[in-house]
Design a binder for this molecule. Sequence first.
Ligand code: G3H
Ligand code: 13P
Ligand code: ZN
Length: 333
Amino acid sequence: MVNYKDLGLVNTKEMFAKAVKGGYAIPAFNFNTMEQMQAIIQAAVETKSPVIMQVSKGARNYANGTILRYMAQGAVEYAKELGMANPQIVLHLDHGDTFELCKDCIDNGFSSVMIDGSSKPYEENIALTKQVVEYAHAHGVTVEAELGVLAGVEDEVQAEESHYTKPEEVIDFATRTGCDSLAISIGTSHGAYKFKPEQCTRDPKTGKLVPPPLAFDVLHAIEKKLPGFPIVLHGSSSVPQDEVDTINAHGGKLPDAVGIPEEQLREASKSAVCKINIDSDSRLAMTAAIRKYFDENPSHFDPRQYLKPARENMKKMYIHKIVNVLGSDGKAE
Ligand code: G3H
Ligand code: 13P
Ligand code: ZN
C-alpha cells in the first residue's frame, strides 16, 4: 500500500475549489513517456501552475503502472529541483472502468481516480461510482465520475455518438454517488477527428473545417443545478492546424483533423469547468516535431536527437494551454 501523500502528490479537492472560485481550469495532461512527463513539469514550473498528470488504462499497459507511479514521484522531485517550493501535482487515473482498477491505483499512490460508468445504464453507473467513492474517500483520494456520453474512438474509450449530459439528472447523481467532480458531455469528443466534415462548415477563406459550437446552454443548466460543483471536460484538444500541417508536410496523413476551438475552452474555463483534458494535442506536437526532424535529418538515429525537439514542442504547447487557454498560470507557487 502506497499513499499518494508519501509521494508528495495532492488530491484535487482544494485545487478544484480554488479553480471554480477563481474562474480558471486545471490542465489535465495525459502521459505515457518520460519526455511527456518532463515537458509537463517544465511547463507547470515555468508558469507556476498546478497540474494533473493523468494515466489511462492503455498508458498503464504501455508503460507499466509501477513505472508510471515512480515517474509521478520523480515528477514531484523534478519540480522541486526546478525551483517550485510546493508543487501542486495530482496523479490521476483517466477513464477507470472497474472498481478493481480504481482500487489498484488508489493502493499504488494515485491521488485521484476517474470511474467512467458513462456507458452503463444510469443506476449501474451510480452503484459503481458509489463503490469507488467509498473506497477512495477512505484513503483521501478524490473521484471524478461521468454522466453523458462523448463520441470518439481511442484505445480504451469508444462511442459512436455523443449524448449530452441531462441537467435534470446531475443533482441526483452527485448526491447519491458522493463524487468530487463530474465529467459532462456538451459536444467535445476524444481524438484528433472530433467532428465529421459533414457536421462542420468550411471557412470560405482558408477552406478549413469549422466545428459546431459546444452546448454552453447545457453547461449553464448544469451549473445552475449544482452551483460551485467541479465540472470536467474530456476530449478538449484543439488539434492545432499548424501541427497537423507540419505532420502532413513531412509524410503524415491526417486529412480533415479537427478539434475544439480554443476560444470556447477559454470561455468554459471561466465557468465551473475546472479540469480540462488534453491528450491528442500532445500526441500531435510530438509527432509533428519527430516527423519534421526525420525528414530534415535522414541520417540521424540517436533517439535523443529527435526526442529533444519533440519534448520542446510539447512543452511549448503545454505552456500555451496553461497561459492562454486555461488561465492556471501563477496559481501554484
Ligand atoms: O481519453 C482517452 C485518452 O486520450 C487516453 O487515450 O486510452 O489511448 O491512452 P488512450
Ligand atoms: P483529447 O483526445 O481531446 O486530447 O481528450 C483527452 C481526454 O479526454 C483524456 O481523457
Ligand atoms: Zn477522456
